[in-house]
Design a protein. Structure first.
Length: 628
């Protein structure tokens, strides 16, 4: 299937339909092509059948009126007026049947187009850079995709199932009027259709701007609602429920105003269409009535003209409806198409190959990187992590520690220098093979709102239940899971909030154990935990990192004492490097950081002991009178 970018630039309906055509006529689906062909055949058959309906109405009327000019030569079984009435209704039923069968055949084609474009958008979202996702608004993004997929379905369905039959019916009506009643009738019909279409297009274009305002308000309201619900605890901590409700209501008030304007403008549009068609119908019916009085037309002709005009009103109304829906569909999907037009910041080279991991040596060579041009983060970083060894990276906040892990994962590309794994530049290999070779235990573990088993198995989706249990035991969380009523089928809640920080970290460690990567990154994996939990988690991390090339990014220096080398970053540069003991002897930045943390730890311990002593004293004082 074509990967051509779908675009709604300048609201070009034709251009969008051209780009959508590969989804409506998929090159790799002969069955769907056959459905399109048969739907078209039924479409034509339905219109030809529909044109016959007014004729039977005319013949039945003339037969009942005893007009000598009617009916024309017909099979004997249809000559009686009653049979003409029956035939009239049978033809209408057949026409409805053709339409419904057409819709049923085309349903799979339309839904296939929706599915393919929705899938493509979803895949594209995951291809975009971390920068895009850090700046995104989750609620607004989901709303854009939701409206976009609905807009695609609208465009596909109304273009094929309504535009073509409407044009065909116009052509047949014009031919019939020209042959049977002369050019004057055709002229009135043509002028009526032209005025109707012109007014519809102008009014619909005016309403599109209102629709955009409504969509923007809807997106903003949904963004605020999702953001507030995702941060439910924070809202409660600060008692800001009223403020959040007010922010949401302000967005909904803008939506209410725009939605009211949409419905009001629709009323004016429908009224204008009714006036134009009513005037045209009045003129033609008056012309036919005069001819009946003059004896050049029968009553059946008068009825026939009326029936044809009434049938014409349906596709005329559809012209307005189709244009309106397609234009609104384009408005709904233009933001979705804008997402498809966002270029991925990090892409594989055309000749990229899979990463070949041998020993697992990692090397940074004079790496320079900036998120923004005027804010340099890494300023010529060079270091090496030998295969199977552990290197820790520490330093003050903002020194660039976490940036190193993001660059190694290739969430961003370096501006200069190179990052190599076993001598291979990470920019020369595929992103999938690179990330398959690296395991990550982050500081903030976010879990999927699914079972514990699902979250552990996420490390290797084809792992067996026994392998999942083994990974959980190695991460020292197996016994906890087994103690739960639903065991590994326990749901962890949104972002894993039903689990404690230590439990989530153990799940993350189990997930990484299951992945079994040759290279491991521990990005401040224990900094958010209490000292007791940190010690338990640290023992599990030591087990995971054994015999693996490991980069530890840490805030608490007590977790990196045993590292083979410690690199101290300051303002994007390597300030010091060496073992824990060597850095302490140097008496530099690392030593001062160690002293401050040690003093803070000792102060916390003294405070804890003092509180426990005070609590015991309070208990004694409370119980003394009872003893007496």
């Amino acid at each position: 299937m074509s990967e051509k970018t779908v675009s709604a630039d300048s609201g070009s309906t034709l251009g969008t339909l051209v780009n959508l055509w590969p989804y409506m006529w998929p090159s790799d689906r002969a069955d769907l092509k056959a459905r399109v062909v048969w739907a078209t055949v039924l479409l034509v058959a339905a219109k030809l059948t529909l044109i016959a309906v007014p004729y039977f109405f005319k013949w039945a009327t003339d037969a009942l009126a005893g007009d000598a000019h009617s009916p024309p030569p017909l099979p004997a079984v249809l000559a009686a007026p009653v049979m003409l009435v029956v035939a009239y209704n049978v033809i209408r039923v057949i026409q409805v049947g053709f339409n419904q069968l057409r819709d049923a055949l085309f349903a799979r084609v339309g839904q296939h187009a929706v599915r393919q474009l929705a899938y493509r958008t979803f895949v594209h979202m995951h291809r975009l850079s971390l920068r895009f996702h850090l700046e995104r608004r989750t609620g607004g993004l989901s709303r854009i995709i939701e409206r976009g997929t609905k807009g695609i379905e609208t465009i596909v369905r109304f273009t094929v199932l309504n535009s073509v039959p409407t044009v065909l019916e116009f052509a047949l009506t014009a031919i019939i009027f020209a042959v049977a009643y002369g050019w004057k009738y055709v002229a009135v019909v043509a002028i009526t259709v032209w005025l109707y279409t012109w007014f519809t297009v102008k009014a619909s274009d005016w309403r599109i701007d209102i629709r955009r305002d409504m969509n923007d308000s809807d997106t903003d309201a949904n963004t605020k609602a999702i953001d507030s619900l995702l941060n439910f605890e924070t809202v409660k901590y600060f008692g800001n429920e009223a403020m959040e409700a007010e922010r949401f209501d302000r967005s909904m008030a803008r939506y209410e105003t725009a939605a009211t304007r949409i419905w009001t403008s629709l009323g004016w549009l429908n009224f204008g269409q009714g006036v134009i068609f009513g005037i045209g119908m009045t003129v033609i019916m008056a012309m036919s009535a005069l001819e009946v009085q003059a004896g050049t037309h029968t009553v059946g002709d008068f009825v026939f003209v009326n029936a044809m005009l009434m049938q014409l009103s349906v596709p005329l109304n559809f012209i307005g409806f189709i244009y309106r829906e397609i234009r609104q569909g384009l408005t709904d999907i233009e933001q979705m198409f804008d997402l498809l037009d966002v270029k991925a910041e990090v892409v594989d080279k055309p000749d990229a190959v899979a990463l070949g991991v041998g020993a697992g040596k990692v090397e940074f060579r004079d790496v320079r990187f900036a998120y923004e041009p005027n804010r340099q983060i890494l300023k010529g970083i060079s270091f090496e992590v030998p295969a199977g060894r552990t290197v820790a990276i520490v330093g003050p906040s903002g020194a660039g520690k976490s940036t190193i892990s993001r660059l190694l994962f290739r969430f961003y590309d370096v501006q200069s220098g190179a990052i190599l794994i076993d001598g291979q530049d990470v920019r020369d290999v595929t992103q999938q093979s690179l990330r398959a070779a690296i395991g990550m235990v982050p500081q903030d573990t976010v879990l999927f709102n699914d079972t514990i088993a699902y979250n552990i198995r996420y490390g290797r989706i084809d792992a067996s239940d026994e392998e999942v249990r083994r990974a959980a035991e190695l991460a020292q969380i197996g016994s906890f899971i087994e103690s739960l009523p639903e065991g590994y089928d326990t749901m962890v809640g949104e972002r894993g909030l039903k689990l404690s920080g230590g439990e989530k970290q153990r799940v993350a460690i189990a997930r990484t154990i299951l992945k079994a990567p040759p290279i491991l990154i521990l990005d401040e994996a224990t900094s958010a935990l209490d000292s007791h939990t940190e010690q338990e988690i640290q023992s599990a991390l030591d087990l995971v990192s054994r015999d693996r090339t490991t980069i530890v990014i840490a805030h608490r220096l007590s977790t990196v004492i045993s590292a083979d080398e410690i690199i101290v970053l300051k303002e994007g540069r390597i300030e010091e490097r060496g073992t824990h003991a060597a850095l302490l002897r140097m008496g530099g930045l690392y030593a001062s950081m160690w002293d401050r943390q040690r003093e803070a730890t000792e102060a916390e311990e003294r405070l804890r002991i003092a509180r426990e002593t005070d609590d015991m004293g309070v208990v004694v004082r409370q119980r003394t009178p009872e003893v007496i």
